[in-house]
Design a protein around this ligand. Structure first.
Ligand code: BG6
Length: 503
């Protein structure tokens, strides 16, 4: 495994919540684990004036709260690599001074011209900042040589936060803008779900074992459910959320990534190129949802009022008559030989019954039921079920039929579990840490390719654009807080003879 290179991580939008709550705690955890390059510099860029020490103090308070294994001495050691630069990143004026500061780091800390730009700013500023970076000639190697840096060549890479575009057209436009300045190999579209342990563990489960892959197809799998349910509401993020909604916020981004790992073919090797090539194919194999199928394949909802939080539609910052969904459930079909006829149900929502992110692989029942008439605890033989829990527990469960000890012959479902936290006794690290280190190593395996992002938008657009009007028009308060979403989501499953896995 390549070691991370010395570099300067330049965080644009450094005063934001993400830097204090996620990026800096994650980097601190990585430093404590010994995985950061020793000559790393972190330079926060934001408009407010602050000194290096002032910013470090602010970050210390947040890191103490959010990082695992807080230790004042370790923080002091780590914090010495953190610096601050005040300026408006969308305007060209600050860039000559920024370039000087970066060169100083190369001389004083040996960062070798390597730059990892991190755009943690409002999405409407992405293109302007990329253009300013280019005009200031901060990308010296980007268009020519960027992913691998043998010898003394430097590299410049860029990490882009979500939301990556607002729809298919804006995502393609942003990709073009990035592509004018950086090679695809230097563009890191981050998705914190790809830093979650179990998402990577899925590759190991599928491809380091022999017993899953032979049955991982439409002949044996009835359907797949991918759920990201949250108990929290939109809170004070209404300005962002009302422009976004559950499909853009969760499904197009995070859940289609999980989908790709479940649906992809085995890659030829475990390199980023091969893994991403298979994910692209999986996303592109999603059958376009036609206008007359949207109502049967999609359910949208908005949570109603409860004592804890008011109805979504009435929150301050939500447009009057807003039809932005806080819940979405969609059914997708994958048109390839592996999955033909096996639907994928994907759902996500706020204010639901419990926090749970999971993949449910529901196998078909046995071809012939030898046990008809034998007493069964749940009425009859069911197909096996593999539940891959991503959060809050990191656990994989396999349900299968078993004989109940004793006579007469009785059958009941039992479950085998692998609980990763207990089994390996290690706490999951903040997902951003390993992803940042991967970017410093030039490893894009857990970052999204341009075509995955664009393919994801194509797949969800029918549930977002004018075609979604029939399922969007009367969603106000159509589900209770603490429930599993609108009744229509259960009805969609019932029409297919299936039920959501809500256990
Ligand atoms: C973010 C969304 O990307 O993911 C949030 O913007 C959501 O709305 C969050 O709450 C969920 O992440 P996690 O890791 O808690 O499942």
């Amino acid at each position: 495994m390549r070691k991370p290179d010395p570099c300067v991580l330049v965080i644009f939008g450094a005063s934001g919540d993400l830097t204090a709550r996620k990026l800096i705690p994650a980097l601190y955890e990585m430093r404590a684990a010994g995985t950061l390059p020793s000559n790393l510099k972190v330079l926060g860029v934001s408009r407010r004036e602050k000194s290096d020490d002032g910013w470090r103090d602010e970050l210390a308070a947040s890191a103490k709260q959010h990082a695992k294994g807080w230790d004042a001495a370790k923080w002091k050691d780590f914090a010495s690599c953190i610096h601050y630069f005040a300026g408006d990143a969308a305007q060209g004026a600050m860039y000559p001074a920024l370039a000087d500061r970066l060169r100083e780091f190369d001389e004083s800390a040996g960062t070798k011209g390597n730059r990892l730009f991190y755009l943690s700013v409002a999405p409407e500023l992405y293109e302007a900042i990329v253009d300013r970076i280019s005009e200031a000639e901060l990308v010296t190697e980007g268009k020519r040589w960027c992913s691998i840096s043998p010898g003394d060549r430097s590299w410049q890479r860029i990490i882009i936060e979500k939301p990556f575009g607002h729809d298919e057209a804006s995502a393609a436009s942003l990709n073009r803008a990035l592509g004018r300045v950086f090679e695809e190999e230097a563009i890191y579209r981050i998705d914190h779900y790809l830093g979650k342990e179990v998402v990577q563990a899925m590759l190991v489960l599928r491809f380091a074992n022999t017993m899953f892959e032979p049955v991982w197809n439409h002949r044996y799998i009835d359907h797949v459910q991918i759920t990201a349910a949250e108990t929290v509401g939109v809170g004070n993020r209404t300005a962002f959320y009302d422009q976004t909604g559950a499909i853009r916020d969760m499904i197009q981004s995070h859940l289609l990534q999980i989908f790709a790992f479940v649906a992809m073919e085995p890659p030829t090797t475990m390199t980023a190129d091969d893994i991403r090539a298979e994910k692209i194919k999986a996303v592109r194999a999603i059958r376009p949802t036609l206008p007359d199928a949207v109502a049967a394949h999609g359910v949208l909802g908005q949570y109603a009022a409860a004592s804890t939080e008011g109805a979504y539609a009435e929150l301050a910052g939500v447009a009057k008559g807003s039809t932005t969904e806080t819940f979405a459930a969609i059914r997708l079909h994958v048109d390839n030989w592996r999955w033909a006829g096996t639907p994928f149900y994907i759902r996500s929502g706020k204010c639901l019954a419990r926090k749970c992110t999971e993949v449910v692989v529901q196998f078909k029942p046995p071809a012939a039921d030898l046990f008809r008439g034998v007493p069964h605890a749940s009425g009859g033989v069911e197909g096996n079920r593999l539940v891959i829990e991503i959060a809050p527990a990191q656990r994989t469960r396999l349900r299968f039929e078993s004989k109940v000890p004793g006579t007469p012959l009785t059958i009941a479902g039992v479950e085998m579990q692998a609980d990763f936290d207990k089994q390996f006794g290690v706490q999951a690290l903040e997902a951003y840490g390993p992803l940042l280190v991967d970017a410093m190593r030039g490893d894009q395996s857990l970052y999204k390719h341009r075509l995955e992002v664009e393919g994801g938008w194509v797949a969800v657009m029918p549930f977002l654009d004018a075609m979604s009007a029939p399922i969007r028009k009367s969603i106000a308060s159509n589900y209770a807080q603490g429930s599993w979403g609108p009744a229509a989501a259960d009805a969609m499953m019932a029409r297919d003879g299936r039920v959501w896995h809500n256990e």
